[in-house]
Each structure stands twice: as structure tokens, then as C-alpha cells.
Design a protein around this ligand. Structure first.
Ligand code: B4P
Length: 189
């Protein structure tokens, strides 16, 4: 199992679980959100372009994001496998991902979807706001990110279900319990 996506609403635990899966499978975890945040922090050209979208809880334009992902997936550390966290996030990005994979001559093994109910998602993100101070973790922006998930990301997850690649995993409970469910889902796929 070497090429995976992890998808789900904001706060489902994608970033948390990506770190663990990456260690367990020995593959690099790549988070588009982390790449944007690092660039915003460093005030690079990419960061300046992404900042207003990230702060507002909007998706960064596909033209910027698709190019960034294609570049990142050609790095040496992703040659033998990767876990992509937070991409694709809409149908246009799914098409771009298909083209990127075709150009690299590889295929996806599984798409993991982490689920959790709305109240739990909001409470986790509000809690993170207190500890990490992420600019997009205030309640209004969190609600908007959830709306964007419903309108743009949920339909694209359906696409992977129809392709038979999707494994849904319950994201409620302790980090360890969720991780155990994920590893079970990976083994059975
Ligand atoms: P992301 O960085 O992907 O942020 P996110 O969806 O909120 O998920 P995140 O990974 O941070 O949260 P997680 O669920 O792990 O995106 C941020 C922004 O970047 C987007 O709004 C957009 O602007 C831009 N962006 C990213 N990708 C893009 C793309 N493809 N196209 C366009 N724009 C893009 O964890 C949340 C919290 O829950 C953490 O505090 C964690 O500690 C906690 N948690 C995790 N597991 C838990 C558990 N089991 N129990 C309790 N708490 C738990």
C-alpha cells in the first residue's frame, strides 16, 4: 500500500493521522494545508497569494494548488509512495490528480475518508484555536470551511466511492483507536 489519499472535513483528524500512517507505512505525508501555511509564514510569493483564501476558509484557486501538488509529487521522497492529506478537495482537483498520476505512471491504492459529526469537528477546531492560534480556526471561518466541505469536497469524495477506492473510517474516539481502525481499513483494501 504505497499511494494513499486521506480526506474528510476540517477537524476530522487528517493531519494527526497522516503523521502516524506515514511512520507506520514508511511513506512521506504531504499536506497541502501545511505547505500553504509554511509559505504564508515565510511570506513567499505562493504564501502571499494563498493567505487571503486560507484566512477566509476558502479553497486556494485550483490553478495554484494543482501546480504545487504536481511539483511536490515529483520530489525524490515521493517516488516510491506518498500519503496526500487535503488534496484533492473538489472535482477539478480530482481531474488534475488523475492527470498528474498518469504523467507519473502510477495509480492510487486507497482513499481514506475520516468521518466525525459537526459538533465534534467544531469543538476540536475551537480547542485548537486556543492552543495553536491558527488564523482560520475562529468560529465563523470554521463554519465556512464546513460549508465549503459540503458543497465542494463531499461530491468529490463520492467520485472515489464510485471508483471503488474509498474506505470510510470513523474518526471519533482516541487518536490511537482511530489509527487502529485506519490500519485495519488499509490492510483489508
Ligand atoms: P487543512 O490544513 O487541510 O486543514 P483542515 O481541513 O482544517 O484539517 P486539519 O488537517 O488541519 O485538521 P485535522 O482534521 O487533522 O486546510 C487549511 C486550508 O488550506 C483550507 O481551508 C484551504 O484554504 C487551504 N487548502 C488546503 N488544501 C487545499 C486544496 N487542496 N485546495 C485548495 N485549498 C486548500 O485536526 C483538527 C484538530 O483535531 C487538531 O487540533 C487535532 O489535534 C484534533 N484531533 C485530531 N484527532 C482527534 C481525536 N481523535 N480526538 C480529538 N481531537 C482530535
Amino acid at each position: 500500500m504505497t499511494r494513499l489519499l486521506i480526506v474528510g472535513p476540517p477537524g476530522a483528524g487528517k493531519g494527526t493521522q497522516s503523521t502516524l500512517i506515514s511512520e507506520e507505512l514508511g511513506i512521506v505525508a504531504i499536506s497541502t494545508g501545511d505547505i500553504f501555511r509554511a509559505n504564508i509564514k515565510g511570506q513567499t510569493e505562493l504564501g502571499k497569494e494563498a493567505q487571503k483564501y486560507v484566512d477566509a476558509g476558502e479553497l486556494v484557486p485550483d490553478s495554484v494548488t494543482n501546480r504545487m501538488v504536481e511539483d511536490r509529487l515529483t520530489w525524490e521522497d515521493a517516488k516510491d509512495g506518498f500519503l496526500l492529506d487535503g488534496y484533492p478537495r473538489n472535482r477539478t482537483q480530482v481531474s488534475a490528480m488523475d492527470e498528474i498520476l498518469a504523467r507519473l505512471g502510477v495509480e492510487l491504492d486507497v482513499v481514506l475518508e475520516l468521518t466525525a459529526d459537526r459538533e465534534e469537528l467544531i469543538s476540536r477546531l475551537v480547542k485548537r484555536a486556543e492552543t495553536d492560534g491558527r488564523t482560520d480556526d475562529n468560529e465563523d471561518v470554521i463554519r465556512h470551511r464546513l460549508e465549503v466541505f459540503d458543497s465542494e469536497t463531499a461530491p468529490m469524495i463520492e467520485e472515489y466511492r464510485q471508483r471503488g477506492l474509498l474506505k470510510q473510517v470513523d474518526g471519533l474516539g482516541s487518536v490511537e483507536d482511530v489509527n487502529a481502525r485506519i490500519m485495519q481499513a488499509i490492510k483489508s483494501s
